[in-house]
Design a protein around this ligand. Structure first.
Ligand code: DUC
Ligand code: ZN
Ligand code: ZN
Ligand code: ZN
Length: 483
């Protein structure tokens, strides 16, 4: 059985051209004019793009005393409805738990996925066991390790652990990821705010100012450089963090920044002059920032200093958010966005001229596939690539509403936003899973995507290695001062 997508305009990260796409066995087998197939999908007036890849989701994750409410079933259904055809979810061992043990849990949960998926492994504690198991994880096709510099007393790792894990990543050809916020300072600021009677959700934002993120981002970059490894900074939300990433890249360091669609489009006013539920539903880390920070993120996407757009999809119901009534530190951190990332970015980015269509494809799909080492199987419209495609109708509009969303929660942080630009069809390995807003996917259709370590991520480009090479020694055998 072949499927042909006819009369559309193909948009990739670097090209825009008219052609049909022929699909067989889940892959693209031909791209050209006047192709014929058994099943015909009409793409007149539409763009045919690589399906979105969300490199940052938390599905059914145990966190802050509860579980995030979208699992692999509702989460990947939401993804496909919005034109995203693959997610990379975080396997999260609790401190003390083995990595392979956590991976087993994620293997079990992900059998329900509607679309393809992969995992990052989190390093939430450090030991010889973790060191050894990192190799097993890489051998299983997981080439990226996430580190929390915040969530003190829970998931946070210290600098010595960060350095040890980054060096292990370097040996294994894996990519370290960081949640960059200074957890010590967040803990102290949170305690002070609570002691002063600032218990509401707006205090969450006060407890994690941009400097907290800028400091940690800079520190992680320096530590990665000393470990001789590239670095991927998740949810870059502010100018201070972006500035550290920009500077590193100008110095030739291989550092990637990942803004979220939430930080690009929603600002800190959501926490102020709002009712408790409204504000608490938007509590995530890092928190929403002001318009200047948003401008910085948009400029980073346009200029290439920031590489990808993700969601950090970690959805909690209003009932779960209310665990934090009377103490903002108990509000489960996280917001949804899987269904809305592509339409929101198209509407606020492409339709406004802030980014081009090709840049849209790059930051929602192709760059992610390249950085995470699965290009051109994913993120490409090329012969031999998986037919994970979205037929994008730039004229189709809707108003975002929780009442019509796929996500399992009872609200949507983008409620009421008008978007123009939506999928006409979303295809997962050649199978139509969404047609004009109707979901047609099948639970369990999704497959695990193994990712190899090493190139094209390559190595950091720093000269640190030379600096640590044998250096002058004084006659007493004590190293000469300075490096
Ligand atoms: N931030 C969130 O808001 N939720 C999940 C984890 C995180 O780092
Ligand atoms: Zn995080
Ligand atoms: Zn409200
Ligand atoms: Zn996250």
């Amino acid at each position: 059985m072949t499927t042909v997508i006819k009369n559309g305009t193909i948009v990739t990260a670097d090209l825009t051209y008219k052609a049909d796409v022929l699909i067989e066995g889940g892959q693209i087998i031909e791209i050209g004019r006047d192709l014929k197939g058994d099943e015909v999908l009409d793409a007149s007036g539409c763009y045919v793009m690589p399906g979105g890849i969300d490199p940052h989701t938390h599905l059914e994750m145990p966190f802050m005393g509860t579980y995030s409410s979208d699992d692999f079933e509702s989460g990947t259904r939401a993804a496909l409805a919005g034109g995203t055809t693959m997610v990379i979810d975080f396997a999260l061992p609790s401190p003390g738990q083995g990595l392979m043990d956590a991976l087993k849990m994620w293997d079990n949960k992900s059998t329900r996925a509607h679309c393809d998926y992969s995992f990052h492994m989190a390093v939430t504690w450090w030991s010889e066991q973790v060191f050894n198991e990192m190799k097993e994880v890489v051998d299983r096709g997981i080439n990226s390790f996430k580190h929390f510099m915040a969530y003190k007393g829970a998931l946070m790792v210290n600098d010595d652990e960060l350095f040890a894990s980054f060096k292990r990543c370097a040996e294994l050809g894996a990519l370290p990821l960081v949640h960059a916020e200074n957890g010590d300072i967040v803990a102290e600021m949170s305690a002070k705010l609570l002691a002063e009677g600032n218990v509401g959700p707006e205090a969450h934002a006060y407890s994690r100012p941009p400097a907290v993120e800028g400091e940690a981002t800079n520190r992680a970059i320096m530590i990665a450089d000393m470990a001789g490894v590239p670095l991927y900074v998740v949810h870059t939300s502010c100018e201070e963090a972006h500035e550290a990433i920009r500077r590193a890249r100008m110095q030739g360091k291989r550092v990637y920044g990942e803004p979220l669609i939430q930080h690009l489009t929603l600002d800190e006013s959501e926490y102020f002059n709002a009712d408790w539920d409204h504000a608490a539903r938007r509590v995530m880390s890092p928190p929403f920032r002001n318009k200047q920070h948003q401008d910085s993120l948009w400029a980073g996407l346009a200029s290439g200093s920031l590489s990808v757009v993700a969601t950090d999809h970690c959805a909690f119901t209003t009932k779960q958010k209310r665990f934090g009534v009377g103490d903002f530190t108990k509000i489960p951190n996280g917001t949804g966005g899987l269904e809305d990332r592509m339409p929101m970015l198209w509407s606020t980015g492409v339709n406004t001229g802030r980014i081009t269509m090709n840049e849209f494809v790059a930051v929602t799909s192709t760059n992610i596939a390249k950085i995470m080492n699965m290009y051109p199987k994913k993120g490409a419209v090329l012969v031999g690539a998986d037919a994970d495609l979205v037929v994008w109708d730039p004229a189709k509009s809707k108003t975002i509403s929780a009442s019509s969303q796929q996500s399992a929660i009872d609200y949507n942080v983008f409620e009421g936003k008008e978007v123009t630009g939506l999928p006409r069809y979303t295809l997962s390995r050649g199978v139509v899973t969404v047609e004009d807003g109707t979901f047609k996917g099948r639970e369990g259709h999704g497959e695990f995507v193994a990712r190899q370590p090493g190139t094209p991520v390559g190595r950091a480009l720093s000269t640190w290695k030379e600096l640590t090479a044998p250096r002058p020694v004084s006659r007493s055998g004590i190293p000469a001062s300075g490096v």
